[in-house]
Design a protein around this ligand. Structure first.
Ligand SMILES: [Zn+2]
Length: 298
Protein backbone atom coordinates (compact mmCIF):
# COMPACT_ATOMS: atom_id res chain seq x y z
CA UNK A 1 0.00 0.00 0.00
CA UNK A 2 1.32 3.39 -0.96
CA UNK A 3 1.47 5.88 1.89
CA UNK A 4 0.77 8.81 -0.40
CA UNK A 5 -1.61 11.07 1.43
CA UNK A 6 -4.56 11.89 -0.74
CA UNK A 7 -5.29 15.57 -1.05
CA UNK A 8 -8.15 17.43 -2.66
CA UNK A 9 -6.88 16.92 -6.20
CA UNK A 10 -7.38 13.25 -7.03
CA UNK A 11 -5.67 11.13 -9.67
CA UNK A 12 -8.13 12.39 -12.29
CA UNK A 13 -9.28 15.82 -13.36
CA UNK A 14 -12.31 17.39 -11.65
CA UNK A 15 -13.46 17.79 -8.06
CA UNK A 16 -13.29 14.62 -5.99
CA UNK A 17 -16.62 13.48 -4.55
CA UNK A 18 -15.19 12.00 -1.33
CA UNK A 19 -12.52 13.99 0.47
CA UNK A 20 -12.64 12.43 3.92
CA UNK A 21 -13.69 9.11 5.48
CA UNK A 22 -17.48 8.67 5.04
CA UNK A 23 -17.61 7.06 8.49
CA UNK A 24 -16.46 10.37 9.98
CA UNK A 25 -12.92 9.46 11.04
CA UNK A 26 -10.41 12.28 11.35
CA UNK A 27 -7.60 10.10 9.93
CA UNK A 28 -6.00 10.38 6.50
CA UNK A 29 -7.13 8.59 3.35
CA UNK A 30 -4.19 6.87 1.63
CA UNK A 31 -4.03 5.26 -1.79
CA UNK A 32 -4.13 1.46 -1.97
CA UNK A 33 -2.78 -0.86 -4.66
CA UNK A 34 -6.35 -1.40 -5.92
CA UNK A 35 -6.37 0.74 -9.05
CA UNK A 36 -9.69 1.47 -10.78
CA UNK A 37 -10.38 3.66 -13.84
CA UNK A 38 -11.24 6.51 -11.40
CA UNK A 39 -7.84 6.19 -9.70
CA UNK A 40 -6.59 4.02 -6.84
CA UNK A 41 -9.08 3.21 -4.09
CA UNK A 42 -8.18 5.01 -0.88
CA UNK A 43 -8.24 3.52 2.60
CA UNK A 44 -9.05 5.28 5.87
CA UNK A 45 -6.15 4.67 8.23
CA UNK A 46 -8.54 4.57 11.21
CA UNK A 47 -11.40 2.28 10.14
CA UNK A 48 -10.21 0.66 6.91
CA UNK A 49 -13.07 2.08 4.82
CA UNK A 50 -12.24 2.01 1.09
CA UNK A 51 -13.37 4.98 -1.00
CA UNK A 52 -13.34 5.86 -4.67
CA UNK A 53 -11.55 8.88 -6.15
CA UNK A 54 -14.45 9.41 -8.55
CA UNK A 55 -15.27 12.99 -9.50
CA UNK A 56 -18.63 14.61 -8.77
CA UNK A 57 -19.45 14.65 -12.51
CA UNK A 58 -18.58 11.00 -13.15
CA UNK A 59 -20.58 9.93 -10.07
CA UNK A 60 -23.67 11.85 -11.17
CA UNK A 61 -23.62 10.33 -14.65
CA UNK A 62 -23.13 6.78 -13.29
CA UNK A 63 -26.21 7.17 -11.04
CA UNK A 64 -28.40 8.10 -14.01
CA UNK A 65 -27.93 4.65 -15.54
CA UNK A 66 -29.51 3.19 -12.45
CA UNK A 67 -33.17 3.80 -13.18
CA UNK A 68 -34.95 1.04 -15.09
CA UNK A 69 -38.53 -0.25 -14.69
CA UNK A 70 -37.16 -3.71 -13.91
CA UNK A 71 -34.99 -2.33 -11.12
CA UNK A 72 -33.43 -5.06 -8.99
CA UNK A 73 -36.05 -7.76 -9.52
CA UNK A 74 -34.50 -11.22 -9.33
CA UNK A 75 -34.26 -13.20 -12.55
CA UNK A 76 -35.53 -16.77 -12.84
CA UNK A 77 -31.98 -17.91 -12.13
CA UNK A 78 -31.56 -15.79 -9.00
CA UNK A 79 -35.10 -16.04 -7.58
CA UNK A 80 -34.38 -19.05 -5.37
CA UNK A 81 -31.29 -17.40 -3.91
CA UNK A 82 -33.28 -14.20 -3.31
CA UNK A 83 -36.05 -16.12 -1.52
CA UNK A 84 -33.61 -18.06 0.67
CA UNK A 85 -31.75 -14.90 1.63
CA UNK A 86 -34.99 -13.03 2.37
CA UNK A 87 -36.24 -15.91 4.55
CA UNK A 88 -33.05 -15.78 6.59
CA UNK A 89 -33.10 -12.00 6.85
CA UNK A 90 -36.73 -11.78 7.97
CA UNK A 91 -36.30 -14.77 10.30
CA UNK A 92 -33.51 -12.92 12.10
CA UNK A 93 -35.56 -9.71 12.16
CA UNK A 94 -38.48 -11.56 13.78
CA UNK A 95 -36.15 -12.97 16.44
CA UNK A 96 -34.74 -9.51 17.19
CA UNK A 97 -38.13 -7.81 17.49
CA UNK A 98 -39.74 -10.82 19.17
CA UNK A 99 -42.55 -11.22 16.66
CA UNK A 100 -43.35 -14.68 15.40
CA UNK A 101 -45.68 -13.72 12.55
CA UNK A 102 -44.60 -10.21 11.57
CA UNK A 103 -48.26 -9.17 11.79
CA UNK A 104 -48.64 -5.51 12.65
CA UNK A 105 -44.89 -4.95 12.35
CA UNK A 106 -44.15 -1.86 10.24
CA UNK A 107 -41.17 -2.26 7.93
CA UNK A 108 -39.64 0.35 5.61
CA UNK A 109 -37.30 -0.67 2.78
CA UNK A 110 -35.12 2.27 1.74
CA UNK A 111 -34.02 2.11 -1.91
CA UNK A 112 -36.69 -0.52 -2.56
CA UNK A 113 -36.25 -0.32 -6.36
CA UNK A 114 -39.05 -2.22 -8.12
CA UNK A 115 -40.07 -3.93 -4.87
CA UNK A 116 -38.46 -7.41 -4.75
CA UNK A 117 -37.63 -7.22 -1.03
CA UNK A 118 -40.95 -5.51 -0.21
CA UNK A 119 -42.85 -8.40 -1.76
CA UNK A 120 -40.79 -10.86 0.27
CA UNK A 121 -41.40 -8.83 3.45
CA UNK A 122 -45.15 -8.99 2.86
CA UNK A 123 -44.95 -12.74 2.21
CA UNK A 124 -43.27 -13.01 5.62
CA UNK A 125 -46.19 -11.16 7.24
CA UNK A 126 -44.78 -7.64 7.62
CA UNK A 127 -46.71 -4.44 7.00
CA UNK A 128 -44.14 -3.22 4.46
CA UNK A 129 -43.61 -0.06 2.44
CA UNK A 130 -40.71 1.47 0.56
CA UNK A 131 -38.88 4.60 -0.51
CA UNK A 132 -37.22 4.82 -3.93
CA UNK A 133 -35.67 7.84 -5.65
CA UNK A 134 -35.46 6.25 -9.14
CA UNK A 135 -38.69 7.19 -10.95
CA UNK A 136 -39.17 4.18 -13.23
CA UNK A 137 -38.36 1.58 -10.57
CA UNK A 138 -40.67 3.31 -8.05
CA UNK A 139 -43.43 3.44 -10.66
CA UNK A 140 -43.18 -0.26 -11.45
CA UNK A 141 -43.34 -1.09 -7.71
CA UNK A 142 -46.47 1.05 -7.37
CA UNK A 143 -48.02 -0.54 -10.47
CA UNK A 144 -48.13 -3.92 -8.71
CA UNK A 145 -49.85 -2.41 -5.67
CA UNK A 146 -46.86 -1.82 -3.40
CA UNK A 147 -46.84 1.21 -1.13
CA UNK A 148 -43.84 3.22 -2.28
CA UNK A 149 -42.84 6.85 -1.81
CA UNK A 150 -40.97 8.17 -4.86
CA UNK A 151 -38.11 10.31 -3.58
CA UNK A 152 -35.43 10.35 -0.90
CA UNK A 153 -36.08 9.26 2.68
CA UNK A 154 -35.76 12.78 4.08
CA UNK A 155 -38.41 14.01 1.61
CA UNK A 156 -40.95 11.43 2.81
CA UNK A 157 -41.12 13.21 6.21
CA UNK A 158 -42.25 10.18 8.16
CA UNK A 159 -43.27 10.99 11.74
CA UNK A 160 -40.74 10.08 14.45
CA UNK A 161 -40.98 6.49 15.76
CA UNK A 162 -42.99 5.25 12.76
CA UNK A 163 -41.33 1.91 12.03
CA UNK A 164 -40.27 -1.24 13.87
CA UNK A 165 -37.81 -2.26 11.16
CA UNK A 166 -35.88 -0.47 8.41
CA UNK A 167 -33.95 -2.30 5.71
CA UNK A 168 -31.10 -0.63 3.79
CA UNK A 169 -29.90 -3.10 1.20
CA UNK A 170 -27.17 -2.15 -1.27
CA UNK A 171 -27.65 1.56 -0.63
CA UNK A 172 -24.98 2.70 1.79
CA UNK A 173 -22.10 2.04 -0.65
CA UNK A 174 -23.54 4.78 -2.91
CA UNK A 175 -23.40 7.56 -0.31
CA UNK A 176 -20.48 10.00 0.02
CA UNK A 177 -21.80 10.88 3.50
CA UNK A 178 -24.09 8.19 5.01
CA UNK A 179 -24.53 9.81 8.46
CA UNK A 180 -27.55 12.06 7.66
CA UNK A 181 -29.46 9.06 6.27
CA UNK A 182 -28.65 6.89 9.29
CA UNK A 183 -29.68 9.67 11.67
CA UNK A 184 -33.00 10.00 9.82
CA UNK A 185 -33.47 6.21 10.09
CA UNK A 186 -32.79 6.52 13.83
CA UNK A 187 -35.50 9.21 14.08
CA UNK A 188 -38.21 7.24 12.28
CA UNK A 189 -37.49 3.95 14.08
CA UNK A 190 -39.45 3.12 17.22
CA UNK A 191 -37.46 2.66 20.45
CA UNK A 192 -35.44 -0.58 20.19
CA UNK A 193 -36.21 -0.70 16.45
CA UNK A 194 -33.99 -2.69 14.13
CA UNK A 195 -32.01 -1.48 11.09
CA UNK A 196 -30.71 -4.10 8.65
CA UNK A 197 -27.78 -3.02 6.46
CA UNK A 198 -26.66 -5.10 3.48
CA UNK A 199 -23.51 -4.06 1.61
CA UNK A 200 -20.22 -5.41 0.23
CA UNK A 201 -17.30 -6.16 2.56
CA UNK A 202 -14.17 -4.20 1.60
CA UNK A 203 -12.09 -6.36 3.98
CA UNK A 204 -13.13 -9.64 2.34
CA UNK A 205 -10.96 -12.39 0.92
CA UNK A 206 -12.45 -11.56 -2.47
CA UNK A 207 -10.89 -8.09 -2.27
CA UNK A 208 -7.62 -9.58 -1.04
CA UNK A 209 -7.54 -12.14 -3.88
CA UNK A 210 -8.95 -10.32 -6.92
CA UNK A 211 -8.49 -6.66 -5.94
CA UNK A 212 -9.55 -4.23 -8.65
CA UNK A 213 -11.17 -7.05 -10.65
CA UNK A 214 -14.00 -7.47 -8.12
CA UNK A 215 -17.21 -6.60 -10.00
CA UNK A 216 -18.60 -4.74 -6.99
CA UNK A 217 -15.89 -2.07 -7.36
CA UNK A 218 -16.91 -1.30 -10.96
CA UNK A 219 -18.83 1.97 -11.15
CA UNK A 220 -19.78 1.13 -14.76
CA UNK A 221 -21.47 -2.15 -13.78
CA UNK A 222 -22.89 -1.03 -10.42
CA UNK A 223 -23.94 2.61 -10.88
CA UNK A 224 -22.34 4.66 -8.17
CA UNK A 225 -20.53 2.18 -5.90
CA UNK A 226 -18.06 4.52 -4.23
CA UNK A 227 -17.69 3.61 -0.55
CA UNK A 228 -16.82 0.14 0.73
CA UNK A 229 -17.48 -0.81 4.34
CA UNK A 230 -16.05 -3.58 6.47
CA UNK A 231 -17.40 -4.93 9.80
CA UNK A 232 -15.23 -2.45 11.76
CA UNK A 233 -16.12 0.68 9.79
CA UNK A 234 -19.83 -0.16 9.75
CA UNK A 235 -19.73 -0.73 13.52
CA UNK A 236 -18.09 2.68 14.08
CA UNK A 237 -20.62 4.44 11.81
CA UNK A 238 -23.51 2.67 13.56
CA UNK A 239 -22.30 3.77 16.97
CA UNK A 240 -21.83 7.37 15.81
CA UNK A 241 -25.43 7.44 14.55
CA UNK A 242 -27.08 5.97 17.65
CA UNK A 243 -27.11 2.22 16.97
CA UNK A 244 -25.58 -0.90 18.45
CA UNK A 245 -24.52 -3.89 16.34
CA UNK A 246 -26.70 -6.84 17.40
CA UNK A 247 -25.29 -9.40 15.02
CA UNK A 248 -24.04 -9.81 11.49
CA UNK A 249 -22.51 -12.16 9.01
CA UNK A 250 -20.44 -12.12 5.85
CA UNK A 251 -20.65 -14.72 3.12
CA UNK A 252 -19.33 -15.73 -0.29
CA UNK A 253 -15.96 -15.52 -2.01
CA UNK A 254 -15.46 -14.79 -5.69
CA UNK A 255 -12.29 -15.48 -7.64
CA UNK A 256 -13.43 -14.48 -11.13
CA UNK A 257 -16.32 -12.95 -13.00
CA UNK A 258 -17.80 -15.21 -15.73
CA UNK A 259 -16.48 -13.01 -18.56
CA UNK A 260 -12.90 -13.06 -17.25
CA UNK A 261 -12.03 -16.71 -17.82
CA UNK A 262 -12.72 -19.57 -20.20
CA UNK A 263 -15.53 -21.94 -19.24
CA UNK A 264 -13.32 -24.61 -17.69
CA UNK A 265 -11.09 -22.15 -15.81
CA UNK A 266 -14.16 -20.33 -14.55
CA UNK A 267 -15.67 -23.63 -13.29
CA UNK A 268 -12.45 -24.48 -11.44
CA UNK A 269 -12.25 -21.00 -9.87
CA UNK A 270 -15.91 -21.23 -8.89
CA UNK A 271 -15.36 -24.54 -7.09
CA UNK A 272 -12.29 -23.09 -5.33
CA UNK A 273 -14.38 -20.08 -4.29
CA UNK A 274 -17.05 -22.40 -2.89
CA UNK A 275 -14.42 -24.22 -0.83
CA UNK A 276 -13.18 -20.89 0.57
CA UNK A 277 -16.70 -19.68 1.34
CA UNK A 278 -17.09 -21.62 4.60
CA UNK A 279 -13.89 -20.43 6.33
CA UNK A 280 -14.54 -16.93 4.94
CA UNK A 281 -17.89 -16.92 6.68
CA UNK A 282 -16.33 -18.17 9.89
CA UNK A 283 -13.69 -15.42 9.94
CA UNK A 284 -15.95 -12.59 8.73
CA UNK A 285 -14.13 -12.44 5.37
CA UNK A 286 -17.01 -13.08 2.94
CA UNK A 287 -17.77 -10.28 0.46
CA UNK A 288 -21.53 -9.97 1.17
CA UNK A 289 -22.09 -8.35 4.54
CA UNK A 290 -25.41 -8.34 6.38
CA UNK A 291 -25.56 -6.46 9.70
CA UNK A 292 -28.42 -6.06 12.18
CA UNK A 293 -28.37 -2.86 14.21
CA UNK A 294 -30.50 -1.85 17.19
CA UNK A 295 -31.62 1.72 17.86
CA UNK A 296 -30.21 2.96 21.17
CA UNK A 297 -31.93 5.58 23.34
CA UNK A 298 -30.86 9.21 22.69
ZN1 LIG B 1 -12.65 5.85 8.71
Amino acid sequence: MSRTRVTDAGGVAGARLIKSCPVGCAGDLVETAIVLPEGALCRCLVCGQLVSQITVEAFDSSMKEFDTPRGTLPTLRTQRRHDARAAKLFGMVKTLIRSESGTGVRLLDIGCSSGALLRSAMTHGFDAEGVEPAAQAAESAKSIGLKVFHGYLEEARFPASSFDVVTLMEVIEHLPDPSPLLREVWRILKPNGVLVVGTGNGASWTVRLVGARWGYFQVAGHGGHISFFNPTSLGILAQRCGFRVECGETRRVSLAEPHEAGRVTYRILKVAAEVLAMPARLFGKGHDMLTFLRKLPA
